[in-house]
Design a protein around this ligand. Structure first.
Ligand SMILES: [Zn+2]
Length: 259
């Protein structure tokens, strides 16, 4: 499951290929033929991300909503592109580029009203401009659930996955089991700002980097983390604790995250 930074990066990479251009849309697989027909011949006016959701906006007032889920993939190519494979749910073509999307968990057309309702369902996105931490912080402060659970709840904050959740709690020395209502407001402001900065790095390098070791330009790298799936805490050398919370594995240092 991609974390939010990968979807923002996907939006950023596709903007020059589609935005401001007339789009030919088809469903080579056939399963989205009606949806593709609704945006076929329209101009794409913007592409943005909300958490793990990708949204393509068209001048007709229609919006293509994609959630890749576990199996979904996006393939980009320059024209002239190869013919689509028959698993492509939707192909969008401008004169310069082709985007093929396969295996999405969600692929649907939203009206303006449906898009507004959809946005209301989710917590603010860390990478949105302008950002709006107050809405997320208020929801956390009202909850008795553990902070580690709240950070993964997309109705509270959009875009944080398991790796970022683990890393930000360790970086702030925060006990993952502390109830949301017990976390001081200033700590939550700091959490938002630091999480946003880490995800901006994630978009820039297209990889999760939380340990400050930024790669040289153009270097392709794997994730660089502090404690996620690691054996020992880099600070105190204690063994990293492992538990399940909200059905996902949580790593933490019981010594450094005791506050
Ligand atoms: Zn430690």
């Amino acid at each position: 499951m991609p974390e939010g930074h990968t979807i923002h990066r996907a939006a950023q990479d596709q903007r020059p290929m589609l935005v401001g251009k007339r789009i030919a849309a088809t469903s080579p697989q056939g399963r989205f033929a009606d949806g593709a027909a609704m945006i076929d011949g329209r101009t794409c006016v913007a592409i943005d991300a909300l958490g793990k959701h990708l949204l393509y906006h068209f001048d007709s007032g229609e919006h293509l909503h994609i959630h890749l889920g576990l199996a979904g993939r996006i393939y980009r190519s320059a024209q002239p592109a190869d013919p689509p494979r028959d698993v492509v749910r939707i192909r969008m073509e401008s004169l310069s580029h082709v985007i093929d999307i396969t295996g999405p968990a969600i692929c649907e057309i939203l009206t303006d009203a449906e898009l507004a309702a959809f946005r209301m369902k989710y917590g603010p996105d860390l990478l949105a401009e302008p950002d709006e931490p107050e809405r997320a912080i208020a929801r956390i402060r009202k909850s008795r659930s553990p902070i580690a659970t709240l950070l993964m709840n997309q109705q509270v904050i959009s875009g944080i996955g398991n790796i970022y959740r683990t890393e930000i709690l360790w970086l702030l020395g925060l006990n993952p089991f502390m109830r949301g209502c017990d976390v001081p407001e200033e700590t939550l402001h700091k959490l938002w700002a630091e999480m946003r900065a880490l995800m901006q790095i994630g978009v820039k390098y297209n990889s999760i980097i939380t340990n400050g070791e930024l790669p040289a330009a153009g270097q392709d790298i794997q994730e660089r983390v502090n404690i996620y799936a690691e054996a020992a805490c880099p600070t105190c050398k204690s063994e990293i604790g492992v538990t399940k919370i909200s059905a996902r594995t949580l790593y933490y240092c019981a010594r450094c995250q005791s506050v």
